[in-house]
Ligand binder design. Structure first.
Ligand SMILES: CC(C)(COP(=O)(O)OP(=O)(O)OC[C@H]1O[C@@H](n2cnc3c(N)ncnc32)[C@H](O)[C@@H]1OP(=O)(O)O)[C@@H](O)C(=O)NCCC(=O)NCCS
Length: 188
């Protein structure tokens, strides 16, 4: 799918090298916000297994993982995941995302995450998308608010990140019919 400035692709074997490079470039930038890395995290074989697992998850509808590239480039500048997808009476999933350190604060995060949220509502029929952030992560909170996510609660010691249990602000966005039917301005 495309947005004004980005091409967003489902992760596949063609992204293995670019994913490894993205995480190598952003090791320090992401350590504070993402789970601890396994010892083989910065190896090609890790990302090769990852790409295979991602495709299996997508096939079974458990999770969908994407990368965003600047239009006309093969360099990954953002990663967006929808995981823990539950169908049936819940029809919900949980968002995760990051933007390359050198491309932050230019609206790429909002552009990529907004496109994937719209995709979730239109293409896989989710009713609800959840996203949770650490209170100190103001940028992530602003991104979510700008996309129409609303705060639903505060969870103490919610996720084990960067060596400790971290509180999180819990937010969600519910599908509105305009987005689901394609009337919105999103290009997903
Ligand atoms: C959070 C993250 C994805 C945001 O990506 P981004 O491309 O910088 O986001 P955008 O440029 O679309 O900006 C999002 C909002 O942050 C605001 N912002 C920009 N710089 C900021 C700063 N230094 N402090 C606070 N807010 C800031 C922007 O103004 C925008 O808010 P607005 O729409 O109300 O103006 C990116 O910073 C990142 O990868 N962080 C590390 C990983 C992470 O935190 N992932 C999310 C875990 S919940």
């Amino acid at each position: 799918m495309s947005t004004a400035r980005l091409t967003i692709e489902s992760i596949g074997p063609e992204h293995i090298d670019a994913l490894l490079a993205y995480h190598q470039r952003n090791e320090k930038h992401l350590a504070r916000w993402e789970p601890a890395r396994s010892s083989d995290f910065f190896t090609r074989s890790y990302w090769s297994s990852y790409a295979a697992a991602v495709q299996d998850d997508a096939y079974h509808g458990r999770a969908h993982r994407f990368v965003a590239l600047l239009r006309g480039s093969r360099t990954i500048i953002a990663s967006i995941n929808v995981t823990n997808i539950v169908h049936g009476v819940f029809q919900a999933g949980v968002l995760g995302y990051s933007v390359d350190a050198t491309h932050q604060a230019r609206g790429y995060g909002s552009e990529a995450v907004g496109a994937i949220v719209t995709w979730c509502f239109r293409n896989i029929g989710l009713h609800r998308v959840e996203a949770n952030y650490q209170p100190s992560n103001e940028r992530s909170g602003r991104l979510l608010r700008s996309l129409g996510f609303t705060v639903e609660g505060y969870a103490r010691d919610y996720l084990y990140i960067d060596g400790a249990w971290r509180d999180h602000v819990l937010t969600a966005k519910i599908r509105d019919d305009a987005v689901a039917s394609g009337d919105s301005h999103d290009t997903a």
